[in-house]
Design a protein around this ligand. Structure first.
Ligand SMILES: [Zn+2]
Ligand SMILES: [Zn+2]
Length: 387
């Protein structure tokens, strides 16, 4: 069996998981080819989900890569480009009559043909298919049936984020208000939660947790990811891993410490004053725009203290570039010596690391490998930081 790394990515300039507009920074354009190159060459990711594949521009680029021989379709699903396998996905916004607010979901398909059929179906249910995370006009269950009909995977995206998520504002109490629970293949946790927190909700115990963050820049690819035990990086193996078939499974989740997240606690959207979990108006500026923190929302929904059986460990990590004292020059040196970020984070020995970076930084990288980074909690609308 192989240890594969899976991460997930938005291509287009759009809105992030909190509904905020995102600016793309960095020298390269955020095209599919650049995403695949970065994932394969620098990050060392084996599987990457790109969730704008319903867009005609992205599909055209995939077809070009295939026709020029830069990429090949795998018989077990997925598209291989250099060392990385692309998993074709689409992020959809649902707001049917059972939703309390808009909900984001992820749909993944095995082949370009399946994705193509899905896009055609979507055009009749959407206003503008060229944008990412577009509103779908139809019921959540209808969408689930379509995805299953096309042999796809249906995953609830960043389920706790205050905006556009299942538990954020989408449902009152339970995902069954909106979805058919038997047609959900996985639950994506998102930046401000981890396994321990999410397991306080009993109905989630039946599902595999995914740690992905929709990276909107090349540098942020694999800000969160998972280690998967599989034979080779393909769609079918990924599907098996989500359902623990033939010993395929997620063996570790890597994500940011929820305390580093900006929306861990409840804050005023206007002036960022920290508020009590049930505040309706801001005590400082009287604004009624209160953003309920992820921790407070989970507390509210919590119905068990037992954790699910067989959860893989969740390790708190950050991308290399977030580490104190690791500037662009050091980053380049590390990649020159070790080729990929995944190799630096998981494989390089302390001794080898010390040939490129200081003893202290080498130790920090080793500490991070084992999930022992020390952080200062965020809150009040500010990100936490590493000590
Ligand atoms: Zn989203
Ligand atoms: Zn305020």
């Amino acid at each position: 069996m192989l240890r594969s790394y899976f991460a997930d990515m938005h291509i287009h300039i759009g809105r992030d998981m909190y509904g905020q507009p995102v600016k793309i920074t960095g020298s390269k354009n955020l095209t599919l080819t650049h995403v695949l190159q970065e994932a394969s060459r620098n990050k060392g990711i084996d599987l990457i989900g790109v969730i704008d594949c319903q867009s005609p521009a992205v599909q055209t680029e995939i077809k070009q890569l295939l026709s020029t021989g830069h990429a090949t379709e795998l018989s077990e699903g997925g598209i291989r480009f250099e060392a990385v396998t692309l998993i074709l996905g689409s992020e959809i916004e649902i707001y049917d009559e059972h939703c309390q607010g808009p909900i984001h979901v992820l749909c993944y398909f095995p082949t370009l043909n399946h994705m193509d059929l899905f896009s055609k179906w979507l055009t009749d249910h959407m206003k503008n298919i060229t944008l990412s995370s577009q509103r779908y006009y139809g019921s959540a269950k209808r969408l689930q049936y379509k995805v299953k009909e096309l042999e796809g995977l249906f995953i609830l995206a960043h389920v706790f984020t205050p905006f556009k998520s299942t538990y954020g504002k989408g449902v009152k109490k339970s995902l069954t208000e909106v979805f058919d629970p038997d047609l959900i293949d996985g639950i994506e946790l998102g930046l401000s939660s981890d396994t321990e927190m999410a397991d306080h909700i009993k109905e989630l115990h039946d599902y595999t947790f995914l740690t992905n963050s929709d990276a909107h820049s090349l540098a942020k690819i694999a800000r969160e990811y998972q280690m998967i035990q599989m034979l080779e990086p393909t769609f079918k193996e990924f599907q098996w891993a989500l359902h623990h078939i033939n010993d395929r499974r997620i063996t570790k989740n890597y994500g940011m410490n929820p305390l580093l997240g900006k929306y861990y606690t409840t804050v005023c959207h206007q002036c960022l004053t920290s508020l009590s979990p049930n505040a309706r108006t801001c005590s400082n500026c009287q604004s009624k725009k209160v953003t309920k923190g992820v921790a407070d929302r989970i507390q509210e929904l919590s119905d068990t203290d037992r954790s699910a059986e067989q959860r893989p460990p969740y390790l708190h990590q950050v991308p290399l570039e977030y580490l104190p004292k690791l500037g662009p020059k050091t980053y380049t040196n590390l990649l020159q010596k070790f080729k990929t970020e995944m190799f630096v984070i998981h494989e390089a020995t302390q001794e080898d690391l010390e040939t490129v970076v200081s003893k202290k930084l080498a130790q920090t990288i080793i500490d991070m490998r084992h999930g022992h980074l020390s952080i200062e909690a965020g809150g009040g609308g500010k990100y936490g930081r590493l000590k």
